[in-house]
Design a protein around this ligand. Structure first.
Ligand code: OGA
Ligand code: MN
Length: 200
């Protein structure tokens, strides 16, 4: 049972409709500026702890060049965000019987020239990720700075989504997508709503 709530201005009916119809949804003005700025500061403060996302267990993959930091209780403001997402996951469970019971999240930083090639977040439905969310938290973004999220919707139509500050994209983790090359520092929280089997 999660006793946290998400901000009342989040339009859950719209989110549910868009997810159902297209398999993804874009929400702007997610948070008030006070929280947004504090979250941005929390992220910038820990930038020196970020590690190359393409290296896992010493194995190098060339699919992505960003740097990430997995979130835990050391980032209390980001934790509030993931708690909101868990509450939103409960709404998805009621509507779509998704069985979401866990959120997994990291900060991500794309520097100049960095990108993430075409991929799915849940290849072969193997890793229990059901819904992907990306929240953009750099303080400014210009349309010619690249870094767009290119996403194929559930009807195979492609969409180009500019990573505007304080915007969140929610999408089915099975959908194919990529991050186009960024020309400036691009900061985000990627969080996955997951269904994990209970371990007794
Ligand atoms: C990811 C991802 C998209 C984005 O982290 O898996 O696809 O827009 N992120 O940052
Ligand atoms: Mn992804």
């Amino acid at each position: 049972m999660v006793n946290t709530f998400f901000p009342t201005h989040w339009n859950t009916d719209l989110i549910l409709d868009q997810l159902d119809i297209h398999g993804f949804c874009v929400i702007d003005k997610m948070y008030d500026m006070k929280y947004f700025t504090a979250l941005n500061t929390e992220c910038l403060y820990s930038l020196n702890e970020f590690r190359a996302a393409g290296i896992q267990n010493g194995v190098v993959s060339h699919i992505r060049s960003d740097h990430i930091l997995w979130l835990d209780d050391a980032q209390p403001l980001a934790k509030q965000h993931t708690n909101h997402l868990l509450a939103l996951g409960k709404v998805f469970n009621q509507a779509f019987f998704m069985g979401i019971n866990h959120v997994e999240a990291h900060f991500a930083r794309y520097g100049q020239g960095e990108a993430y090639a075409l991929h799915r977040d849940n290849p072969q439905q193997k890793n229990d990720r059901i819904i992907s969310t990306v929240f953009y938290m750099h303080d400014v973004w210009q349309d010619d700075w690249g870094g767009e999220l290119r996403l194929q919707d559930k009807h195979d139509l492609w969409h180009i989504i500019v990573p505007k500050p304080n915007r969140m994209v929610i999408f089915d983790s099975h959908l194919l997508h990529e991050v186009q090359m960024s020309k400036e520092q691009r900061l985000s929280i990627t969080a996955w709503l997951r269904h994990d089997d209970q371990v007794w």
